[in-house]
Every structure is written in C-alpha cells, then in structure tokens.
Design a protein around this ligand. Sequence first.
Ligand SMILES: [Fe+2]
Length: 495
Amino acid sequence: MTYTQEKQSKANQAFDKEDWSSAYKNVEKELTNEPLNTIKGGNIYELNGTLFRNGPGILERGGQWVHHPFDGDGMITAIKFDNGKPSLTNKFVRTKGFLEEKKINKFIYRGVFGTQKSGGILNNALDLKFKNIANTHVVKLGNEILALWEAAGPHALDPNNLDTIGLTTLSGVLKTNEAFSAHPKSDFNSNASSELLVTFGVQTGPKSTIRLMEFSNAGENSGELIVDRKDTFNGFAFLHDFAITTNWAIFLQNAIDFNPLPFVMGQKGAAQCLKSNPNKKAKFFIIPRESGLFKGQPPITIDAPDGFVFHHVNAFEKDSNIILDSIFYDDFPSVGPDENFRDINFDNYPEGNLKRSIINLKGKTSTLETLSSQCCEFATVNPKFLGLKASYSWMACTDKKIGNAPLQAIKKINLNTKEEISWSAAPSGFVSEPIMVPSKASNKEDEGYIFVLLWNGKRRGSDLVILDAKDLKELAIYELPISIPHGLHGSWVNN
Ligand SMILES: [Fe+2]
C-alpha cells in the first residue's frame, strides 16, 4: 500500500503520537553500500549521484536521554544512485566528544539545547565546554564532504565511505573551531564562477561580527576561498540561516535576548537562555557580496518585521527591492527544562508559516505578507534558481490545514499565484526536509525529483520516497535498512 492510498483509506484520522515519537531512538548499525528494498516504482535511470543527509543519531546513553534531539551526535546517511539503483552507507561523525562518550557510554558534555550531565545543577554549573556534534547539515566543498554544526568548525569526511578525516580549517581559511554556519548556499548564478559555496560564521557578543565567505565549488580551483569579508553590527545576533541574491547576502537578526546566567549556573542549556524581547526590533543586515556589483560597500541595516525565523527559503532582487521568503514563527520555540521532547503537546508550540518580506533598499523599509498560513518548515526551491526569482517552492508541512502538528506532508506552492498541491504520508508517516533535484533532461523549474526521507510509524522504520517535482506523484518508494530519527538537513551531489 502506498502513502496516498493509506491516506485515502484512513481519511480524517489524526496522527498517533507514538508513531511519531518512535523515531527517536539510537541508530544501531553502520552499513556500507547496502542495496535498498523497492516497495514501489522502478529505478529512475537518470539519477546518478548521492543524497547526503545529516541528523542526530545518538539520543540516549547509559539510560540518559538528551533533553532535545538537536543535542544528538551527528550521523550521516548517504544514498548513492547508480543509473537509478540505490544503495545506502551510514556512519557517525567521529567527533572528539562522540569518541569520548562512546567509550564510557555516558554523556560527559552539556548540550546547547538543554542536555545536562548527570549529577544535577552543581555538576553542571560553571562548565561552559561544549561538544561539536556535527549534526546539522552535510555539503560538498571541493573534494570533501563537510558535516556542519554552526557554533564550531566543520568535520571533513571521505565522500566514498563517510570515514571522518577530522576537524578541518579548510586549508587555513578558518581558525581551529571557528564558527562556520550549517546553512551554506550553493550558488549557480553568481558573477564569479560556475558554482560557488557561499557561507558565513558569526562571532557573537554585545557586538556581533559576521564573516561572509565565498568558495569556488567547481573546476580546477574547487574548494578555494575566493572572497571574504567581515562586518560588525551592534547587539547579540542569533543567525542560523541567511539568504543570497546575485549581489547581496541577507541576514535577519531576530529580536531576542540572551541571558547566559541560567546556563552558567547549570540550570539550562545555552539555547534555552534565548528569549524574545517584545521591546526590541528585528533587523535585516544586508551585506554586499564581494563577488557582486556592490563589493567593498558598507552593509545596510533595515528594521525587519516582528516574528522569529530559523530558515529562509530564497531571495531575489527586483528593482531596488530584495524579496525574501522565510518561515516565520510568532515566538522562539524551545523545549523547557521540565518538558519531555518525545511527549510534547504540539498545540503549545508556535507554528511556522511561509511569509514574504519586501525589503526596500532605497527607502530602508520592509513589509511582510503571508504566502501560506499552513504550518510548514524546511522549504526549498530548485537549486538552479537560488538567488533568482523562483516560481515554485517545495516544503514539509502538517497534514491538517490549521494549527501545529508533526510534519507529515509535502507541499508545492506556486509563489506567484499561491496555488498549492500536496502529498501526504498521514496518518502514520512523518516527513523530513524535501530535497529538490532538477532533471538533467529539462531546464523547466519544476521538472525533477523531490527526495523525502520518511519515518514510517506503522513499520517503525525509515523509507525513502521520490516524488515527481511537478505533480508530487509517487515515483519510487524504498525501505531503508536502518531506522533514522527525525533529522535535519541534507544535499544532493551529482556523480
Ligand atoms: Fe537549519
């Protein structure tokens, strides 16, 4: 039975929380080139490349659970397609902390999202060390695959077997363990090169400094840093993601405060010390790209709309405006110290909505409009259209149209007309970030494939679903030989 058939036969059934929370368990094995079981469809012959995904793979050690899944050690899954035939390799990133904790099967570091060492507050107070858990994203740069975690340096991996080469400075570009964002952008539309990887690191404090880096990511000098700049802004900046156009890098500084005292005193994780400040105004920091027309010019700061943003979708330039699509929350969502992340009440958490900011660079103003009021996250565009005016976006969303719930469906929205179509894995399937891979046979924006890693709550295992990007019809479903907890980000790399 396929997901859409299951949905029709069980229409209007709400999800079962245990189907959802059963995904949260440790990944128990590491496999190499394991063929996948086909459940539906045949091999898609034009697929030659690898789907890389990152996410937490250790959620419990010695009977202690992490407080938040974002504190789990990074586990990379690579599903390689040879003329459409898939095989899976998965491996934990061998970070220093992972190796130390594995040896004694106990958490010995505090987690940013609230995981505490055993021994209570006294044993956690004044311990400000953190573990680079390399669990957020995985991308190709030059000849290496990088496992990313935004507060520290990237780990380089061997692309063939996912062995950890080690913490890297990218040939001296970074200081050891310098912050390096987990949201780099692959840019096929710059003035500088056929393909760039544009990314940033942020050093935060009473003033925050953004380092904007652009690397060549194709041809002879692939992996080399091409341009680099630093800009300092007032205030504490929590910057998880950014957006680019051909000439600009756009950051949204949320109106939040960081009070480190409960973290220092051992009561909370650092991220639990972030709090929205209704008296503050969010800001756009708009930095000219050094590969663009306005290189060398100072950044522009503009008041931003209210709300909290983790992820942006895309941005483009139109006359003297920048149009920026983002997922907005009413407030910063955080799992409190006394809550169990596997048993949360979704109704108590703010939901994400797709909204469009129109930023007027001349008038230094911004306005906000809602593109869709259905709860969603992890929105993307065709990667060839990143930084340009894209007509379509694909995203993970709830099955129901109103209110918060787990992400169970994939939606395609026409950003011009707001028309939507969707595919749902409800009631027992739970989706992750969709990854759009354009068809090699077509330049049309919505011709290609949508890869969705799915938690199959009925089977208590993971599936991979490939949808047609145009109409979201199921092209293939594969059963995976490992169970992967609800994860974070990933990317596709052509052979
Ligand atoms: Fe993210």
